[in-house]
Design a protein around this ligand. Sequence first.
Ligand SMILES: *Cc1c(COP(=O)(O)O)cnc(C)c1O
Length: 479
Amino acid sequence: MELIFEKSRPGRRAGTIPGSDVPAAPREEVIPREFLRADLDLPEVAEVDLIRHYTALSRRNFGVDVGFYPLGSCTMKYNPKINEDMAKLPAFTGLHPYAPAAFSQGNLQLMYELRGYLSEIFGMADFTLQPAAGAHGKLTGIMIFKKYFEKRGEKRTRLLIPDTAHGTNPASGALCGYRTVTVRSNSEGGVDIEHLASLMTEDVAGLMLTNPNTLGLFERRIEKVAEIIHGKGGLLYGDGANANAFLGKARPGDIGFDVIQLNLHKTFSTPHGCGGPGSGPVGVGEKLTDYLPLPRVIKRDDRFEWSYDHPDAIGRVRTFFGNFNVMVKAYAYIRALGPEGLKMASEIAVLNANYIKVRLTPYFDLPYDRPCMHECVFSGNRQVREQGVHTSDMAKRLLDYGYHPPTIYFPLIAPEAIMIEPSETESMETLDAFCETMIRIAGEAQDNPDLVKAAPLTTPVKRLDDVRAAREPDVCWKG
Ligand SMILES: *Cc1c(COP(=O)(O)O)cnc(C)c1O
C-alpha cells in the first residue's frame, strides 16, 4: 500500500480557508525560534485521498470490534459502547484539571465513589486512582512497601517474585532498589511453598504474587503463602491484572493481600492495546493507608475536596489526578452491572476458558492440567516434537483464519506456551468456531507442516523478520 507521502502532489489541498484580515506578522515573531523549520515536508493531498488512505489503513487493523481476540492475560473483552458515551459527556470532557474543586464536584464525587466501590469489591481499606496503568500501579505499590518499612525503621533489601510473574513485577522491585529473588513454581503450577519458606527472611520486604497466576490457576495455598510472608513481618503484593476471574467471588483483602493493583482497562471496560489510556488503581489494607499518593479526594460535610495533608504519603505519582476518562468508564460499568452482574461476568469468563481447555486438550499438550480460571495455557511442544511446527507458526496460521492469536511464549515456565483468554463477552458459537480452527491447525501441522510454517499467507504483510526488526529498528519513512 502506498504511503500518504507517496500520494502527495505539490500544491494539492484538502481544504481552503479565506484570506486573513489580520495583518501578517513575520513567523519568527510569533513562533519560538527552536520550533521553526524551513521545510516540514508534509504530504499534500485532497480530502478524499486523505479519507480513503486512513479508512483503508483502518480496515487492515484488527480489534475486538472486528473479531475474536483471545490474547491471554490482556482481557481483550468487548466493552459496551455506552460507557464511551458516558466518558464523552461534555460535563466530564469539558472540565480543566486545574478547575477549582467548587466547579468539579461531580468529577470529585465520581472518583470518591469509585474508590469506595473498588475498596468494597476487593476488600481493601482504600484506593488511589492516580497510576496510569498496571505497571505504574506496581511501581506505586512497591513505593508504598518501601515507605512502610522506612517508617518502621526496618531495612529490607530483597523482594520475592514467582517464576510465573509478568516482567513488570521484577522491574518495579528493581526500580525501587530491591534485589529481586525468583520463587519456583511446583508441579501444580502454584508457588513452591518449601522454596518460599526457605527464602522468606527478615531481610525480605515481601512477595509480589499474581492470583490467579499467569497460568490461569488460582493459588490453592494462598492462605499459607500469606502466613509465611506475614510471619516474617513482610507484605503481600497482589498483581490484580487477572481480576476479571474473581469479581464478587473472592476478595484479595480477605485473603491476606496488603497491596493490590488493578488494570481498569482490562477488567473494567476500557478498550486497550497499543498503549492506549489505561488506569492502574492501587488498593491498600488499613495499615498502609497513610502512604497512599497525594492528593486524595475527601468528603467534608456534603462537599468533595482535595486533601494534601498526609505527611507520610509517598507523594504524587502522576500529573493531575490520573486518567479520568478510564475512571468514568469503570464507574459506569460497575454501576450498570451491580454486584450480581460483576459476579456473573467472572463466572462466564471462567466457564468459557474451561470450555476451550476441555475442547482443545486432546490436540495440544497441557502442562498444568487442573480446572483453570479465566485463561488456559497449552504448550505447542507436541507439534514441535512431531512435526517441527512451533507455537509461533500456529499463531501466524490463526491470522489466515481471521483470528487474533492468543498470547504466546508467556508465561516463560510453560514451554512453547499458548495462553488463551476468551473473556465473558464471547458466545458459544464464537468459542466453537475458534476451537474448530485450532483443531484444524493442529491437523494441518500434522499433514502439511510446511504450510503452517509459511503462514500467514492472506495478511497484508507476510512473515516478518522479527530478529532483524528488533536489532535494526527502522521506523522512519525516508522520502
Ligand atoms: C497486563 C499485565 C501487566 C501490565 O499491565 P499494564 O497495564 O499493561 O501496565 C502486569 N501483569 C500482568 C499479569 C498483566 O497481565
